[in-house]
Design a binder for this molecule. Structure first.
Ligand code: PMP
Length: 388
């Protein structure tokens, strides 16, 4: 009897279970918001990337309905064949104007934007330097590109410089890649120093603004705006699916860069264009963020309120240092993270346990939203005090 070639899958799953790394989906009912229905029970939602609460905003919903009625559900083809609509250009121009770049191009997700841009920018004769805590899409973009891939310890600029001084001259092109806000820690990359290093070693610099778009900077334009680096030459990537409440990704930068990506990024050329509904919803979200700064202001008021309550009531709590609405409670093991996640849930709080291999050490990840009420934040802190 030949051996079953698929039998390894079952034993791999058993290993995942044994390590407490098994993941499963949670079904959310109804519209997204500061509270959601999980298994029929209303819980306070600290698990969402919808930082401004726009994913359930009636104006985004209406924009998606209107675009669907006008243009249909699917965009029917890739942008270069039959999928391009004027709406896509409107969104790209809105992103470029907000980010103060010459142009922008939208992808069908942030993941695809990272994969496609990195694969287009570097190849076998090139070098990528990547922060160790970068998102999976940046790391897999590096794999797809075939370039030599070196990781530097998290935000360790001395180590990055050492690697560059040893390696840079052996490669044709070099690309530094970094998250802006690190998605599972909540801290911020040292952008001004990275720009200086990129300049010194003649490297391109790509920043992933997934968790900072519509979150950081005076107008919400992101980490680049936060650090007053607007106008500097770099490659700005982001997603339309977190604070902008829609779906999709973008790259913003010089007109030449964007023109090049339209000709070389495989995840843009060979995939179906962003749907009319997602495009219109993202466009509506950008307008709201620009015209109604109160959402961004409320988000930061909520983040600061949470930090203040923690400092007063749980001063010994091990929160990772953060400069964003992502606040992580460090825990000793995956089992403990799961236990605390479950206890929170039983008390009406939804905040997920994040475990290896997603992160090196287990934690509870708390995402604050602009639409949380003070009472939501107070309840979280009081439940944490009880449990811990
Ligand atoms: N980059 C980072 C840092 C992310 O956290 C994510 C999503 N988790 C992505 C990229 C991918 O974005 P999208 O969900 O739009 O594919």
């Amino acid at each position: 009897m030949p051996q079953d070639p698929y039998s390894w899958i079952e034993s791999s799953l058993a290993t995942i279970h044994k390590a407490n790394w098994y993941r499963s989906v949670q079904t959310i009912d109804g519209r997204p918001g500061a509270t959601v229905f999980l298994a029929g029970k209303e819980v306070i939602n600290f698990a969402s990337n919808d930082y401004l609460g726009l994913a359930g905003d009636p104006r985004l919903i209406q924009a998606a309905i209107t675009a669907t009625e006008k243009f249909g559900t699917g965009s029917t083809g890739s942008r270069l064949i039959s999928g391009h609509r004027e709406l896509h250009r409107e969104l790209e121009q809105a992103i470029a104007s907000w980010k103060q770049t010459e142009d922008a191009v939208v992808f069908s997700s942030g993941y695809l934007a990272n994969l496609g841009a990195i694969a287009a920018l570097v190849g076998k004769r090139d070098l990528i330097l990547s922060d160790q805590y970068n998102h999976s899409s940046l790391k897999n973009g590096a794999v797809l590109s075939g370039a030599e891939f070196l990781e530097y310890p998290h935000c360790d600029l001395a180590a990055l410089k050492t690697q560059l001084s040893r390696q840079r001259q052996h490669y044709r092109r070099s690309l530094i890649i970094t998250d802006s806000v690190f998605s599972m820690d909540g801290d911020l990359c040292p952008l001004p120093a990275l720009l200086e290093i990129a300049d010194e070693y003649s490297c391109m610099l790509l920043i992933d603004e997934a968790h900072s778009t519509a979150v950081l900077g005076k107008t919400g334009a992101g980490c680049v705006e936060h650090f007053h680096c607007t106008g500097k030459t770099l490659i700005q990537i982001g997603t339309l699916s977190k604070a902008l409440g829609s779906l999709g990704g973008y790259v913003a930068g010089s007109a030449t860069l964007i023109d090049y990506l339209r000709n070389r990024a495989p995840t843009w050329i060979y995939t179906t264009a962003l749907s009319p509904a997602d495009t219109a919803a993202a466009l509506a979200a950008i307008k709201i963020v620009q015209q109604e700064p109160q959402h961004l202001q409320q988000l930061w008021r909520n983040v600061n309120y949470f930090k203040k309550l923690i400092a007063e009531q749980l001063p010994h709590l091990k929160l990772l240092p953060t400069e964003s609405p992502i606040l992580c409670l460090q825990l000793a093991s995956a089992a403990e993270a799961l236990r605390i996640g479950k206890q929170l849930r039983s008390q009406g709080i939804f905040a997920p346990a994040i475990r290896p291999p997603t992160v090196p050490t287990s934690r509870i990840r708390i995402s604050v939203m602009a639409t949380h009420e003070s009472a939501h934040i107070e309840k979280l802190v009081s439940v944490l005090s009880e449990i811990l």
